[in-house]
Write a protein that binds this ligand. Sequence first.
Ligand code: PSU
Ligand code: MN
Length: 313
Amino acid sequence: MPASGVITGHGPLLQVSAEVAGALADGRAVVALESTIISHGMPYPQNLATAREIEQVVRDHGAVPATIALVGGRLRVGLDDAALERLAAPDEVAKASRRDLAALVATGATAGTTVAATMYIAARAGIGVFATGGIGGVHRGASTTFDVSADLVELGLTPVTVVCAGAKSILDLPATLEVLETNGVPVVGVGTDEFPAFFSRTSGLPVAHRVNTAAELAALIATQRALGLGGVLVANPIPEADALAPAEIDGIIEQALHDADEQGVKGKHVTPFLLARVNELTGGRSLAANVALIRNNAAFAADLAVAVSAGDR
Ligand code: PSU
Ligand code: MN
């Protein structure tokens, strides 16, 4: 049975909340939000506070938030507070990327969904704009490990626009941009010609395209859709006031990578391990920056969703 306040949309596996389903039916702006960032990207209880806060930021900017996760084996779009609490609880739930969905659904599991899995579910629900913090990418050393996030493949396949603050330099950023190009993903800077490096506004690496406003980006997205192409990656730099100096973060990232290597961390555990280690090593500094950039992305994604829905009328 669907949980109260949740209606069954598009068959029993996909459950879209009444609020999100109503907004979609009326052509109003909706912003998808992921949940691995809650379950595996931030420590408790800041993860729960941030999840609630970014939903409010989306509302303040005139859109309806649709946080997406696997709950009891259902693909849920638009979560109630009980589901958010369950995802945020320490060591409670699985991490679901695209390849995990069938097995976790079949066994009735609850899981945070990565950017890849969230994009897939958002597209099934008819949502085209999605906000997150940072995407997965090509890990350093991938030429021998082949550790390349499924996020980069999903961006090529699935017509959803993902607003992020770039990627953390736990990753190989030049290789990440190369694989995005291979997969046909337009990477669009917001008010910048550079791909931002999550905690800092610059990486020294150019983006292929630049927009200065949400309206400009909405026109690009409408064209991408008309051409039947896949996802768009929007790189929205962290606000200047919240950015960390590369000198402050670089050594910590090196330390985290060293620890992962020493402890033999592999596969789906690599990203959560590195994120947790960076959080520990910087204390509150990196977490505050992380929250600030997610808020900034949620606000821009909501403005974008409003512009996209206005263009559809
Ligand atoms: N990078 C971050 N914060 C995050 C993630 C990545 O700075 O929370 C999460 C996202 O959910 C992303 C996932 O989709 O990690 C990528 O995991 P993997 O590298 O295993 O594909
Ligand atoms: Mn990986």
